[in-house]
Design a protein around this ligand. Structure first.
Ligand code: NAP
Length: 283
């Protein structure tokens, strides 16, 4: 990291909890690689604290990210929401510009880029099973619709939440499963897990992949020190699978572009992530 001076821009990830976030690791690596004068930290805060930090950091010329459970609240407090914030109702990236707080939801573009990298092409014409209906599901659904997926079936524990997501972002290519039985024997080019199942070692799997007749690929948005249980289950069935580390790096790279107006080093971010994960696994 370069010398911290009075001109250094301060960035922070705001969340509750936030202690296990790897965003400081990947962002500080990208800052160092680009030689920009910034520093990135994590701040544990409640919703009221988050509003104060967003305003303070932005007005001081910095910015940051917002994570669980504040993304929806953050969308309501930015002065200049991007189209992704308006469509998803969630904001994960903010910065100050011309005296106003700008907000974006880089999970949308980050999901799209990670998927493009994983599939080596867009999900055009894909039949997709989308597990979950929270903030991450909204970003993934927008990425899938914009990527021209043909059909998305949303399966969520709380069906009404899935219906609300489908109403907000969907259109005629989105269906809602009333129960896991609706996915039985289905043929899917892609299964995406956006539930939080897999974050804790005690969690059950988000879905039994043996229920479907075909799952061409699996993308899990959850990440941890190792590949997630869902990714491991997919690979045991011979299904290509990737965890949320890929998306973490790409959404972070898009945020870096918003703050600094230049491209982030994906290589530096991935190396830092890999280093942090191996440290964690050895802890
Ligand atoms: P969220 O808004 O709180 O949504 C959580 C989702 O998980 C909901 O669909 C919820 O279902 C479901 N869920 C929670 N507990 C469950 C259980 N016991 N059984 C079944 N379903 C359960 O959270 P989020 O912001 O969408 O984040 C979800 C996950 O995505 C987190 O693990 C987060 O770290 C990850 N994520 C990763 C990235 C990345 O860059 N890799 C970016 C964003 C998010 P109900 O609606 O029924 O409660």
């Amino acid at each position: 990291m370069s010398l911290i001076t009075a001109g250094t821009r301060l960035f922070a990830i705001l969340g509750d909890p936030v202690e296990h976030s790897l965003s400081p690791v990947i962002q500080n690596a990208a800052f160092a690689e680009a030689g920009v004068d910034g520093v990135y930290v994590a701040i544990h805060c409640d919703a009221a604290g988050m509003v104060g930090f967003m305003s303070g950091l932005g007005r001081a010329g910095g910015g940051g990210n917002v994570t669980l459970p504040h993304k929806e609240k953050a969308a309501t407090v930015v002065d200049k929401p991007s189209e992704a914030v308006r469509r998803t109702g969630a904001c994960n990236t903010f910065w100050g510009q011309d005296g106003q707080i700008h907000g974006d939801n880089t999970d949308v573009e980050g999901f799209g880029r990670a998927l493009l990298h994983f599939l080596a092409g867009p999900p055009e014409g894909f039949r997709v099973l989308l597990l979950g209906a929270g903030g991450a599901a909204r970003a993934a659904l927008m990425g899938l619709i914009d990527g021209e997926a043909a059909d998305v079936l949303i399966l969520n524990r709380t069906v009404e939440r899935a219906r609300a997501v489908a109403r907000r972002i969907g259109g005629d290519r989105v269906r809602v499963a009333e129960s896991p039985f609706d996915a039985d024997d289905g043929s899917f080019d892609l299964v995406v897990n956006t539930t939080r199942l897999g974050l804790s070692a005690e969690d059950e799997l988000p879905f039994d992949l043996e229920r479907v007749s075909r799952a061409g690929a699996v993308m899990d948005l959850v990440y941890g020190p190792d590949s997630t249980p869902f990714v491991a289950a997919a690979r045991r069935l011979g299904i290509p699978a990737v965890d949320g580390g890929e998306m973490l790096v790409h959404q972070g790279a898009v945020a870096f572009e918003r703050w600094w107006g230049e491209t982030a080093s994906i290589h530096a971010m991935k190396s830092a992530l890999q280093g942090a994960r191996s440290l964690d696994a050895g802890a």
